[in-house]
Design a binder for this molecule. Structure first.
Ligand SMILES: Cc1cc2nc3c(=O)[nH]c(=O)nc-3n(C[C@H](O)[C@H](O)[C@H](O)COP(=O)(O)OP(=O)(O)OC[C@H]3O[C@@H](n4cnc5c(N)ncnc54)[C@H](O)[C@@H]3O)c2cc1C
Length: 498
C-alpha cells in the first residue's frame, strides 16, 4: 500500500524499517499529540509529528510547567484585527495546552448532540473523554475515567471562594461537586488539569510516552508551508526548518495546527473558497467555501474589585470556584462565572485586586479569518449578534448583584463608577469583552457538502487528508476547549485507522 519516496533531507531512519503506513501529523498541540499517542500505539503505524515550535526535551523548563505569561517565542503573533487585542496560541510542543490556564471542563451532552451528527453525539464522544483523563476525585464514576494521561483534579477552596459560595447560595444557586457530571449546573470547585501547580499539558503527559516509541519521529522547528496533493490525494507536506525547505512524504496527512494554523495551511495548499484562492493567485485544488468562516470564540467580561482582606486571595491555583447557570431561552444558553486574584493573569495587579469574570458560553456571533499566502488575519467579532449583547448584559447584571452583596458585607470594595452599572450596558459589554482564548470552527465538521471536513474529519475533495483540532468544532461546547480538543484528537486516530 505505502510508497515511500523520501526527499534526501527527510530522515529515513524509521521509513527504512518498513512500517506499512506512515502518517504525518502537523501540529503537536492538544489534539495533535493526543492523536499521535493513540495512532502510534499501533506499532505498525509510523507517525511523524511536525511542529513549528520547539520540543524542550525530557527536561521541560519551569515556565512551561507552570506559568501563564510566557516569553514571546512560545506564541504565534496573532491579533484580533478589529480590537488590536493579542490572541495567544502556543508555538511549542504541547501547543496551546502548554501555555493555557488549565481549566478542565467538558461541557454538557447537549453541546455535542448539537453538532448534528451521530458520530459526534455525547454518547459517541464519552468513551474518548473517559480514555484521556485520570480524574482524581470521580475516576470511578460511569462518566469518568481513571487511567488516561491527563490528570484532572479540583481546586481547593480558599476563604475568597467560600465568600463567593455563600453569596451564590444566597442568590439561589446550588452546590455541585463535579462540574464534569453531565448536565451539572451550580457552583463548586473548578476542575483543572493543573496538579500540584503543574499544568498537565500534552507536552508533559503524552509526549514522554511517545518520544521513545520506535515508530514515532518528532520534527520540532519545522513550519509546514503546504500539503502536497496530487491526483486529489494528499502525499505529504512541504515544510521549512533551519536547514531549508523539505518534503516529507506520507500515506496520510492529519492537520492539527489549530483554529488559525490549519486553515492557513489548507488555503496555501489550494483548498478553500475558489474565488479567494484565485484572488491570491493560488491553484484551486478543492473548493471549500466555508474555510475560515464560522469562527466562534468565548469572550470574558471582567469586573475588577478590591478585597478588604488580601490574605483571602492567597490561595493555590488562583481560581477556585466555578459558577455555571442557564439563561432564559432555547437550547440552553449558559454562563460561567469565576473570581480569582487578578495577578493570576496580570502581574501588575496589586495584592488586593480580584477579578470577577463572567462569560456567555453559548455565543451566537461568528467571526472569520482573512486567508492569503501569509498569516491569517483574525476577526473575532465578539458580541456582534444582538442576542449575545442582551445575554451578556443579563449575565453581568446577575453577577453585579452578587458583587454588590459582598460589598455590602464589607468583603469587597467596588470602584467609584463601575462599568457594569453603565446605562448602556450592552454597549459597555461590547467594549469590555476580551477573548477567553477558545477559538473554534474555521474548518467546520458537518454532514453537508459545504462543510470543510466530513463526520470522520476527512477534508472534502482531497483523499488521505484529515483535520483534527479545535477548528473542526461546529460550535463551542459550554466549556473551555482543551478537553474537547484532546477528545477530537483521540477520536481522529480511530477514524484514521478505520
Ligand atoms: C492563553 C490560553 C489560555 C487557555 N486556557 C484554557 C483553559 O484554561 N482550559 C481550556 O480547556 N482551554 C484553554 N485554552 C484553549 C485550549 O488550550 C485550546 O482550545 C487547545 O489547546 C487547542 O488545541 P489545538 O490542538 O486545536 O491547537 P494547539 O494546541 O494550539 O496546537 C497547534 C499546534 O500547531 C502548531 N502549528 C501551527 N501552525 C503550524 C505550521 N504551519 N507548521 C507547523 N506547526 C504549526 C503550533 O505550533 C501548535 O503547537 C486556552 C488557550 C490559550 C491560548
Amino acid at each position: 500500500m505505502a510508497r515511500r519516496i523520501c526527499s534526501p533531507l527527510v530522515s529515513t531512519a524509521l521509513s527504512s524499517k518498513g512500517f506499512p503506513l506512515r502518517t504525518v501529523i502537523v501540529g503537536a498541540g492538544s489534539a495533535g499529540l493526543m492523536c499521535a499517542w493513540k495512532l502510534s500505539a499501533d506499532e505498525n503505524h509510523e507517525v511523524v509529528v511536525v511542529d513549528a515550535g520547539i520540543d524542550p526535551g525530557p527536561e521541560v523548563p519551569p515556565e512551561l510547567r507552570t506559568d501563564i505569561l510566557l516569553p514571546p517565542e512560545y506564541y504565534w503573533p496573532y491579533i484580533d484585527e478589529d480590537t488590536g487585542n493579542v490572541l495567544p496560541r502556543g508555538k511549542v510542543f504541547g501547543g496551546s495546552s502548554a501555555v493555557n490556564a488549565a481549566a478542565a471542563v467538558r461541557g454538557h451532552p447537549w453541546c455535542y448532540d448539537a453538532w448534528g451528527s451521530e458520530v459526534w453525539s455525547w454518547e459517541a464522544c464519552l468513551p474518548a473523554f473517559r480514555a484521556i483523563e485520570a480524574d482524581q476525585q470521580f475516576g470511578q464514576d460511569d462518566h469518568h475515567g481513571s487511567n488516561g494521561p491527563i490528570a484532572i483534579t479540583r481546586y481547593e477552596q480558599g476563604a475568597f471562594d467560600l465568600a463567593f459560595q455563600d453569596a451564590y447560595r444566597s442568590h439561589g444557586y446550588h452546590p455541585v461537586a463535579d462540574h464534569n457530571a453531565p448536565g451539572a449546573l451550580g457552583f463548586g470547585p473548578f476542575p483543572t488539569n493543573r496538579v500540584d501547580g503543574v499544568r498537565m499539558s500534552t507536552l508533559l503527559t503524552v509526549l514522554p510516552q511517545i518520544r521513545t516509541r520506535p515508530n514515532v519521529e518528532l520534527r520540532p522547528g519545522s513550519e509546514v508551508l503546504r500539503v502536497l496533493v496530487s491526483d486529489g490525494v494528499a502525499r505529504g507536506v512541504i515544510l521549512r526548518d533551519a536547514q531549508g525547505q523539505h518534503t516529507v512524504e506520507a500515506d496520510r496527512v492529519i492537520l492539527s495546527a489549530g483554529t488559525f494554523g490549519t486553515p492557513e495551511i489548507l488555503f496555501r495548499s489550494g483548498i478553500g473558497p475558489g474565488d479567494s484562492l484565485r484572488a491570491a493567485d493560488l491553484p484551486v485544488v478543492a473548493h471549500a467555501p466555508e474555510l475560515g468562516t464560522n469562527l466562534s470564540d468565548h469572550f470574558i467580561l471582567q469586573m475588577d474589585v478590591e478585597v478588604t482582606d488580601p490574605t483571602a486571595l492567597a490561595m493555590p491555583g488562583g481560581q477556585g470556584t466555578l459558577l455555571t447557570f442557564e439563561l432564559p431561552g432555547d437550547r440552553h444558553p449558559q454562563a460561567h462565572v469565576f473570581a480569582y486574584h487578578a495577578a493570576f493573569f496580570d502581574p501588575t495587579a496589586g495584592p488586593h485586586t480580584a477579578a470577577v469574570t463572567s462569560s456567555l458560553m453559548t455565543p451566537e456571533s461568528r467571526g472569520h479569518l482573512e486567508l492569503g499566502r501569509g498569516p491569517a488575519r483574525v476577526h473575532l467579532n465578539h458580541l456582534s449578534a444582538p442576542v449575545d449583547r442582551s445575554r451578556a448584559a443579563c449575565v453581568v447584571t446577575a453577577v453585579a448583584d452578587i458583587v454588590d452583596g459582598l460589598a455590602a458585607q464589607g468583603r469587597l470594595k467596588l470602584p467609584d463608577a463601575p462599568w457594569w452599572r453603565r446605562e448602556d450596558l450592552q454597549q459597555a459589554c461590547r467594549e469590555k469583552a476580551v477573548s477567553y482564548h477558545h477559538p473554534v470552527g474555521t474548518c467546520r465538521m458537518g454532514r453537508e457538502g459545504t462543510s470543510v471536513v466530513d463526520e470522520h474529519l476527512q477534508v472534502r475533495g482531497v483523499e488521505q487528508l484529515m483535520v483534527a483540532d479545535a477548528s473542526v468544532m461546529p460550535s463551542l461546547p459550554r466549556a473551555q476547549t482543551n478537553l474537547a480538543t484532546m477528545m477530537i484528537g483521540y477520536r481522529a486516530a480511530g477514524f484514521a485507522t478505520r
